[in-house]
Design a protein around this ligand. Structure first.
Ligand SMILES: *Cc1c(COP(=O)(O)O)cnc(C)c1O
Length: 352
C-alpha cells in the first residue's frame, strides 16, 4: 500500500490546526502506546494529564481546575452540555447558543436530546436581549463563544454570565474557546473564569496550542460538576469514568504537556503577536486591493475576495475555505507566515 505524503502546510490558509511544536511531536511518539482512559494501568500518562489540566487552568484563570483532555472541541462541548443536562431535572431541556456557535453544538443537541435555541447576532457577537428572551426555566446551559470559528469574534462573556445568573432556572454557563483559548490570554478581551462566573470551558491544545491531534480540553470550575458525567467501569482498576470516549490518546496528552511546557506563556505570546500582526497586515493588503474585510480582532481574517478568485487560488493548491456569507477565511495559525501570505497575495493578483 502506498501511504502517500501528508499535505504540506505551505498553502494551508484556513485550518484551525497547525504543524505541531517539535517537542509535542516527539512526546506524542514516545507516548503512542498509552491510554489515559485506563489510569490504573497507564499511570504516567494519567498523572501527566492532571498536570496538563493544571496548566490549562492557569491559561483560563482557574487556580484549582477540574477537567480532562478530550478528543477535541466537539467532545468537550458535548460533555459540557451533557453534564448540564444531567444535573438539571427538566423533562424538556434546552440550550441557548449564539448563531455563531460551532456546528458541534448541533451534534451535541442531537445526541443529548436537547432543544437547540439559537440566539441571533448583533453584528458578529450574540445579541444579549435575544439570549435573555430565549432563556427559560428549562434552559440547562447557555453558551458563549470566545473566538468564533468563522470570524474569530468574542461574545460579551461577563454580560452573558449576568444573564445566566438572572435566569429563572439554574443553567450552567459554558464558554467555547476551542480555538481562541491560546491567544485570548494576551488580549484585553474578558473571556475566562477570571473574568466572569463561567462553569465550564472548552480549550483545544490541538489548535493554536501546537499539540498533535487529538488533544481537546474540557475545563470545569469544580470537580463536583463532573460527577454528573460519571459511569461505573466494572472491568477497569479505576471504578468510574467521566469521559465520553473510553480508550483515549496518550499521545495527545503527552504532546499537549510538551507544547505547554515549551510555549506557555512566552512562546504562545510571541506566536499570538506574530499571528495578529500578520492578520492586520493581510487585512490592510486586501483592503488596499479594494476588498471588503471583516476587521480581525483575533488572528482570523474574513475577506470578500470574490468566489471566482477563491476557486482560482484553490485550483493552484491553496487550501482556503469560505464563510457562510462567502468570504474567504484566513486562519493565522503558526504555519501561516508573512512569506506564505506574500506568496498568496502574488497568486491572488495573478488570478484576478
Ligand atoms: C474547532 C472548534 C470546535 C470543534 O473542535 P474539534 O476539535 O474540531 O472537535 C468547537 N468550537 C470552536 C469554536 C472551534 O473553533
Amino acid at each position: 500500500m502506498q501511504l502517500g505524503t501528508p499535505q504540506s502546510f505551505s498553502r494551508v490558509l484556513s485550518s484551525m490546526c497547525t504543524e505541531p511544536h517539535p517537542a509535542a511531536r516527539e512526546a506524542a511518539e514516545r507516548f503512542l502506546a498509552t491510554n489515559p482512559g485506563d489510569p490504573g494501568t497507564y499511570e504516567t500518562v494519567a498523572d501527566l494529564e492532571r498536570t496538563v489540566v493544571e496548566r490549562l487552568g492557569e491559561i483560563v484563570g482557574l487556580s484549582d481546575p477540574a477537567g480532562y483532555l478530550a478528543s477535541g472541541g466537539t467532545e468537550a462541548n458535548i460533555q459540557a452540555l451533557r453534564l448540564a443536562r444531567n444535573r438539571a431535572d427538566s423533562t424538556e431541556p434546552n440550550v441557548v447558543v449564539p448563531a455563531s456557535a460551532h456546528f458541534s453544538f448541533t451534534k451535541a443537541a442531537d445526541v443529548l436530546g436537547l432543544e437547540l435555541r439559537v440566539a441571533p447576532l448583533d453584528g458578529y457577537t450574540v445579541s444579549l436581549p435575544a439570549v435573555r428572551e430565549l432563556v427559560d426555566e428549562d434552559t440547562v446551559a447557555v453558551v458563549g463563544v470566545a473566538g468564533s470559528t468563522e470570524y474569530g469574534r468574542v461574545d460579551p462573556i461577563p454580560a452573558l454570565a449576568d444573564a445566566v445568573a438572572d435566569a429563572s432556572g439554574d443553567p450552567l454557563f459554558h464558554v467555547d474557546a476551542a480555538w481562541g483559548g491560546f491567544v485570548l490570554p494576551f488580549t484585553e478581551h474578558a473571556w475566562s473564569f477570571a473574568d466572569a462566573a463561567v462553569d465550564t470551558l472548552t480549550i483545544d491544545p490541538h489548535k493554536m496550542g501546537q499539540a498533535v491531534v487529538p488533544a481537546g480540553g474540557l475545563i470545569a470550575r469544580d470537580e463536583s460538576l463532573l460527577a454528573d458525567l460519571a459511569v461505573d467501569t466494572p472491568y477497569l482498576e479505576s471504578t468510574s469514568q467521566i469521559t465520553l470516549t473510553g480508550t483515549r490518546s496518550g499521545a495527545g496528552v503527552a504532546s499537549a504537556a510538551a507544547a505547554l511546557d515549551a510555549l506557555w506563556p512566552a512562546g504562545y505570546r510571541e506566536q499570538y503577536e506574530r499571528s495578529q500582526a500578520n492578520a492586520e497586515w493581510l487585512a490592510a493588503e486586501l483592503r488596499a486591493r479594494g476588498d471588503r474585510v471583516v476587521s480581525p480582532t483575533l488572528p482570523l481574517v474574513a475577506a470578500d475576495i470574490g468566489r471566482d478568485a477563491i476557486d482560482a487560488v484553490r485550483a493552484e493548491g491553496w487550501r482556503l475555505s469560505r464563510t457562510e456569507q462567502g468570504e474567504a477565511r484566513f486562519v493565522l495559525q503558526p504555519h501561516v507566515t508573512r512569506e506564505t501570505l506574500t506568496a498568496f497575495l502574488d497568486e491572488l493578483d495573478r488570478v484576478r
